[in-house]
Design a protein. Structure first.
Lengths: 191, 195
């Protein structure tokens, strides 16, 4: 049943995303795109995009978007509650441990070990979105055929701009969208 | 104007908790690293319900737990103020705005996608979002490399290859690396104890 599947998928996402920010990205991709096929890779990339432009954390945004898509409001509620359920249990348990022993050093050690892995996992999810944006497919390309050179140029320029000038993320996303739209209107589409 | 939280009637404080977490969640862009400092300002400076040290403790717990940091922090804040009902009300306040906004967007998106102009816009924005994510990845990877720990750099490279080239599951990698981190910490504890 779809509601229970949503609930269980997002429980796993909530349980295994450590470190906040983009940490949930690879987990959402795995559950929603690879395992269940609820979204295509480009829909997933669009959810991430929308998430960057609206308030709210990526995991909750994705849960609400995908839940609504699959099963309307009950789906959205189920996916969102699944996503936060592990938090309730673990946060309250940790609080109990912390105020009893004043010590979270084991967990801090664990997070220390996790940090490099989380960076690697986010890099991998980011790479899939990049490949999709440049090649229109998220698997590793076997040849340069099918590459959109316009998208490559836009990416290269945008990357330099964001690293050099610390432009806001929303501006980069909206700017890229605007350029995509303008190029389309000029008859040189990037996708 | 500021009262000790125990002197405020439960109903009033639950309402205040809901209202403040709802507002923060509805208007804060940029996730946990932006919203947590705003929560600190509200609870420590505006309402004076918590002192600085208590707040730091609660933030540490929120960041140590898995899941969304803004959600974790609001749960622990609510719990600290009024037990389980407090935790549930702050949770509700934090998740309602994105739940409402993204449900609406989901409906709109489904009806708009397929339109060539919208497709072109999203094709461009996908490039933009790859830029934003890779920018974050470069900064995060630099922080890992800066610490000059061979183990950390090794974990990062091996994890990347396993998930990208060999299609190993994300959860397996997370559990394995958490175990490595835990073992290293236990070892550190032991050597610290014998010295």
């Amino acid at each position: 049943m779809i509601i229970l599947e949503l609930l269980w998928s997002f429980i796993q996402i909530g349980l295994f995303s450590f470190g906040g920010g983009y940490a949930a990205l690879p987990l959402i991709q795995e559950q929603v795109v690879s395992l269940h096929g609820w979204l295509t890779m480009s829909e997933f990339a669009d959810v991430v995009t929308i998430s960057q432009m609206t308030p709210g954390p990526i995991a909750i945004n994705a849960a609400s978007f995908i839940g609504t898509r699959m099963a309307g409001l009950p789906g959205a509620v189920a996916a969102t509650l699944g996503c936060v359920f592990p938090s309730i249990v673990i946060v309250l348990t940790l609080a109990w441990v912390y105020f009893r022993y004043r010590n979270l050093s084991l967990i801090k050690g664990m997070l220390e070990g996790l940090r490099p892995a989380v960076v690697a996992l986010i890099a991998s999810a980011g790479l899939s979105i990049l490949l999709l944006a440049l090649f229109g497919s998220d698997s590793l390309p076997t040849s340069m055929r099918g590459v959109s050179w316009m998208a490559v140029a836009l990416f290269a320029i945008g990357f330099i701009v964001i690293r050099r000038f610390k432009v806001s993320q929303i501006l980069v996303i909206i700017g890229s969208g605007g350029i995509g739209l303008a190029l389309h209107l000029l008859g040189i589409p990037i996708n | 104007m500021q009262h000790h939280p125990d002197d405020i009637p439960t109903r009033t404080i639950l309402w205040l908790l809901f209202r403040s977490t709802f507002k923060l969640s509805a208007f804060t862009f940029g996730g946990g690293y932006v919203i947590v400092p705003l929560m600190r300002k509200l609870f420590v400076e505006t309402y004076r319900w918590l002192d600085e040290q208590e707040m730091l403790d609660l933030i540490a717990i929120g960041q140590a737990a898995p899941g969304v940091i803004a959600v974790n922090t609001s749960i622990i804040l609510g719990y600290k103020m009024r037990g389980l009902p407090g935790a549930l009300i702050t949770l509700l306040g934090t998740i309602s705005p994105p739940l409402i906004i993204l449900s609406v967007i989901s409906l709109v998106y489904t009806s708009l996608i397929g339109n060539p102009l919208v497709e072109a816009l999203f094709a461009g924005m996908r490039v933009g979002v790859s830029i934003v994510i890779l920018d974050a990845v470069v900064s995060m990877a630099r922080n890992v490399i800066k610490k000059k720990s061979a183990i950390a750099i090794g974990l990062m490279i091996v994890s990347f290859l396993l998930v990208t080239v060999f299609d190993v599951g994300v959860i397996i990698i997370i559990v394995a690396c958490a175990a490595v981190g835990l073992l290293l910490q236990l070892k550190r504890h032991d050597s610290g104890a014998t010295k």
